[in-house]
Design a protein. Structure first.
Length: 405
């Protein structure tokens, strides 16, 4: 009995000691975690912010740890610790440099998971990416997906993150050693979508009574500006001339165009006629602007490439707002539509013409071999001619607009 009593006492003491250790451990872990969390939060607050107005997002990064922002080809943005494009030091496989890589593209698939699987089937089938490897996540406050594509212990990890907003796919890739991957995940946790309206300039057309805002790093194409036609484009295109003689103006093909149309038909009748001619497809009734104006969205095939085209009924005229369907500037286009508004229409007599060039500036020198088709409002320019037969080997067709004064 005495032995049993002694064992009971020892067991009771052991339980008390164990419970004390567990409680102390929990308290210490909570205090450590709280302090560590506060320290990390303070660190993130002190990080610098990279803001991309063109694609509508921002992300924080620790410049104090040597992370820098690099603009790559194709609109890609890299955040990485080294300027040189050298493999990781000591990596036997010659892995690429550590980086957070942000890429944006149009997204038209119904299922993001199916898209991810198909992407790797086509580009990297050896990794055998299946839906089971894709995990749900949240990026920028939006449901998203992530997966680890490849891992070589702690030396190298390749992780992918995907989130879709406004029919645009944001692909955030982390590549590097374990320590950098932890930092990369922390940077991704600060990723958020931003509105572009805080840094916009305003264009107002008094004659036709509308106003629209555009990014401060965009410009107006004054070479083509009239009261009926305006072209907004990224200022960076000023340094990018046409790729070949008579090539389409990159300011037009990469920019946003607003055009006043004065047809003889009613608004809905005009739209239906274009659909019947197979010029327009994918008709949708939408709302745009600050006052939720009724509008029609179509895909317009009357240009050199398909356009995403928005039409509004202005009463005595129609307003067309368009951009190339596959343009990387679609977020800017969507933002411009959201801040569009009609203003009081003037009689047209006292129009502010400070933005309209003189008529002689609108004269364009065209080659002698230009063939104009007035019925379809197009013209063909031969780019190569067989000197023996004088026949065109290849020609390029352009859409043009008749401007009446």
């Amino acid at each position: 009995m005495a032995n049993q009593k002694g064992m009971s006492n020892l067991l009771g003491v052991g339980i008390i000691v164990t419970a004390t250790i567990i409680i102390a451990g929990i308290v210490l872990a909570w205090q450590y975690g709280r302090l560590f969390g506060e320290k990390m939060e303070t660190q993130v607050e002190d990080w610098e912010t990279y803001r991309n107005e063109e694609h509508g997002y921002e992300v924080k990064y620790p410049s104090g740890e040597g992370i820098k922002v690099f603009q790559m080809e194709g609109g890609r943005t890299d955040l990485r610790p080294r300027e040189s494009w050298e493999p990781l030091p000591g990596s036997e496989g010659g892995w690429e440099p550590e980086r957070l890589e942000i890429k944006i593209e149009d997204f038209v698939s119904k299922s993001l998971e199916d898209y991810i699987v198909k992407k790797f089937e086509l580009t990297n089938p050896s990794f055998n990416i299946t839906k089971e490897k894709i995990k749900p996540a949240v990026i920028g406050g939006i449901s998203s997906f992530s997966l680890v594509v490849y891992q070589e212990g702690d030396r190298y990890v390749w992780a992918e993150n995907y989130v879709v907003k406004n029919e645009r796919l944001y692909n955030l890739s982390c590549l590097g050693g374990k320590k950098f991957i932890e930092l990369c995940d922390k940077m991704i946790s600060t990723f958020r979508f931003v509105e572009l309206t805080s840094n916009l300039k305003t264009y107002a057309n008094q004659k036709y009574g509308y106003e629209i805002k555009y990014p401060s790093d965009w410009a107006i194409n004054f070479d083509r500006l009239t009261e009926e036609f305006i072209n907004f484009y990224p200022s960076s295109l000023n340094e990018k001339p046409a790729s070949f003689p008579y090539a389409p103006d990159p300011k037009l093909t990469n920019g946003i165009i607003i055009q006043v149309i004065k047809p003889g038909e009613a608004f809905q009748e005009y739209i239906q006629q274009q659909i019947d001619r197979n010029s327009f497809t994918n008709k949708k009734e939408i709302k745009i602007g600050t006052e939720n104006y009724s509008a029609i969205e179509v895909i317009n095939f009357e240009s050199i490439a398909p356009l995403k085209n928005i039409f509004l009924d202005g009463g005595s005229f129609f307003l067309s707002i368009s951009i190339m369907e596959n343009s990387s500037y679609m977020p800017v286009f969507e933002e411009l539509l959201s801040v569009f508004r009609f203003i009081e229409e003037s009689s047209g007599e006292d129009t502010d013409t400070s933005l309209v060039p003189e008529k002689e500036n609108l004269i364009v020198a065209l080659p002698d071999n230009l063939v104009i088709n007035k019925e379809s409002n197009t013209f063909d320019i031969p780019l190569a001619i067989n000197k023996t037969t004088d026949q065109d080997i290849f020609s390029y067709q352009f859409q043009f607009y008749m401007i009446h004064h």
